[in-house]
Design a binder for this molecule. Sequence first.
Ligand SMILES: [Zn+2]
Ligand SMILES: [Zn+2]
Length: 275
Amino acid sequence: MLKADYHMHTSLCDGKNTPEEMAEAAIDLGLKHMGFSGHFDPENGVHMETEEYLKEIKRIKEKYKDRIDILLGGEIDCLYPNPEIEKELEYVIGSTHSIYYKGNVIPVDDTEEKLDNGCNEYFGGDYLRLAKEYYRTEAEIVDKINPDFIGHFDLITRFNDSMHFLDESNPAYINSAFETMEFLVKKDIPFEINCGAYNRSRKKDLYPNKRLLKALFEFGGRIIINSDAHETGKITGGFEKAVENAIACGFKYTGILISNGNSGVEWKELALHEL
Ligand SMILES: [Zn+2]
Ligand SMILES: [Zn+2]
């Protein structure tokens, strides 16, 4: 099994367990590499105890250094670039949790109601147009932040298993997603396979879904597998399915990040069939 996980949250933002509890759980699972990816939203978003986070992750990084390589990362939202925080982090996940449209912010993963109201108010109830805007916003990640990889690429489908608002096989939807995907691949940014929603039984498929993952392979993209765990019991959750999907879509390798000893990370690849 893959012994690395780089997308996790703690009680210092919206997770349930402390960083130390997460690190101990990861060690118990036999992980060799882990990364914390706290949210750094403005005050109206998820609250983060920033000073404590930076201090605490550095402390446990040192404390457990002989047992696991702990990385100090962050999940930075495309709408809220934060160069000051980016400087403090060893790696950055670039995620898009909202659509920005004509001065309005529509969250896509908060509640079904907010998504539906936003779609009705600004897109006349046309979810294909809303999805197109989502992917247009996501492409802006490149100019706004400097991500080491893209988080949950098709988070726009967060409520699709329950709301069925998008036909994910509709060519208009696929084209919007492919356009941004190809653009980001050309910028040489890897994509995560995010098990978070699957892990929490919110969705049947992972991010990106299998159709998009296959396209990612065909565009020449790179992958890294993450749980998006918000509690100890979810670390590495869904990894078997992620590996299975990756192999089925043609991938031979998945990435891991390793401290380069200079406040940054190195990208390495592991053969999927050896996991
Ligand atoms: Zn996220
Ligand atoms: Zn997350």
